[in-house]
Design a protein around this ligand. Structure first.
Ligand code: PLP
Length: 429
């Protein structure tokens, strides 16, 4: 029996309507930007395997770092104990983020890194005798699938069945834009006005604001201007609201800079990172915050401590993979590759609009991400996805949005060839 058939009998997949889903593609091995299925068919990975992979698959440098670490220390309880990879990793990341972000809390994935930020933000006020139970978030934002993360992502449409179980969240429109958009000023103004209204009416009860800076990922690769983020943060801060940047997707050069916060030119109170952290090898996440927040948890009584943790908190293998990934990321060749992708994607915008005419709209780029929306009546996106797969491209549209978010080791030729296949497939519809 094929692996994909054995799978179908026993496994329940994430984000999948199992009734109508076709057999999963069974991947036997991977190398660089390519995945190989059980029939040895190759797929060019244009979405970095759910946005986690940055140096290509089965990277030997990271693989070896994990192996060496596993021979020495695979795991240790992280309450009351510590280890070199955890400390070394945080020291390394501290050099990459603004000085104010100097306290590191580990967890396992993007959702839990958000959960940690939300809980610390809430308890920060609670420890000071204030109960602030409202959070601010953006329409269409996505922050993960655990309950707190779902609450602040309630408008993302992924979490509808659970709506009644969510805590209070006030929503702000996300001022998204694209090439040739001439209404952006109005959209930003409206969003800021809505924020201002929420703040005026509720500021005493608002614990924090959470935002995906520059790009809303799962919400459809929606992009905003850096200045919008800056204005939002400054306005919310004026009312004493804590700021959480969910950079789970945007971190590690996805938007062109190490973190999106550099372009927004503001420093949040919390920075959540995960997806690219280990180069796509192991689940690991960090919630980074300031001394100001940390100090509010220092007290003779345990009740003020942050009583949160996971069995695999700061797993040494994950930390070693992350250190190795950072080392690769700091090499000149990686930065050259990243800039190359950025340049090619920007050039492709023109070719794309010419080739596909009005079949696609809202073309947008941010760093290494390129996205656009399909504008064809009655088009079946699943069918288009199947065509891409058949032609050897791993692309996973979000609604009507097609996007490319490649591993940084992709070559110009591979990218250009992929574009050609994509444009031809769309023109053929
Ligand atoms: C993917 C994602 C999450 C959730 O991360 P998981 O590792 O899937 O739990 C949270 N926030 C953003 C912005 C994401 O893209």
């Amino acid at each position: 029996m094929l692996l994909s058939e054995r799978d179908k009998k026993i496994i329940w997949h994430p984000f999948t309507q199992e009734k109508t889903a076709s057999l999963p593609v069974a991947i036997k091995k991977a190398q660089g930007c390519y995945l190989y299925d059980e029939h040895n068919k190759a797929y060019l990975d244009l979405i970095s395997s759910w946005w986690v992979n940055i140096h290509g698959h089965a990277n030997p440098y990271i693989a070896n770092a994990i192996y060496q670490q596993a021979l020495n220390l695979e795991h240790v309880i992280f309450a009351g104990f510590t280890h070199e990879p955890a400390v070394k990793l945080c020291e390394a990341i501290q050099k990459l983020v603004p000085d104010e972000l100097s306290r590191f809390f580990f967890s396992d994935n993007g959702s839990t890194s958000v959960e940690v930020a939300l809980k610390i933000a809430y308890q920060y006020w609670w420890n000071q005798g204030q109960e602030k139970s409202i959070f601010l978030s953006f329409a269409g934002g996505y922050h993960g699938d655990t309950f707190g993360a779902m609450s602040v992502g309630a408008t993302s449409s992924f979490h509808t069945p659970f709506n009644k179980l969510f805590f209070s969240v006030l929503t702000i429109p996300f001022a998204d834009t694209w090439h040739g958009d001439n209404l952006i000023e109005e959209k930003e103004e409206l969003a800021l006005k809505t924020l201002q209204k929420h703040l005026e009416h509720n500021s005493k009860n608002i614990a924090a604001l959470i935002i995906e800076p520059l790009v809303q990922g799962a919400g459809g690769m929606k992009m905003c201007r850096p200045k919008f983020i800056k204005d939002v943060v400054n306005l919310a801060r004026h009312y004493g609201v804590l700021i959480i940047f969910d950079e789970v997707m945007t971190g590690f050069y996805r938007t062109g800079t190490r973190f999106a916060l550099e372009q927004a030119q503001v420093v949040p109170d919390f920075l959540c990172i995960s997806k690219g952290l280990t180069g796509g090898f192991l689940p690991l996440a960090l919630t980074i915050t300031s001394e100001k927040i940390y100090e509010i948890f220092l007290n003779d009584s345990f009740t003020h401590a942050f009583a949160h943790g996971h069995s695999y908190t700061a797993n040494p293998l994950g930390c070693s993979a992350a250190i190795a990934s950072l080392e690769l990321l700091s090499q000149d060749v990686t930065l050259v590759n990243i800039n190359n992708i950025i340049n090619i994607q920007q050039q492709y915008v023109v070719a794309l609009s010419e080739a596909c005419d009005n079949k696609i709209i809202k073309i947008r780029t941010c760093g290494t991400i390129l996205a656009f929306d399909i504008n064809i009546n009655g088009v079946n996106i699943d069918q288009l996805k199947a065509i891409f797969l058949k032609k050897g491209l791993l692309i996973r549209p979000l609604g009507n949005t097609i996007y490319i978010l490649p591993p940084y080791c992709i070559t110009s030729d591979e990218l250009l060839e992929a574009y050609k296949i994509i444009t031809n497939s769309i023109s053929d519809i």
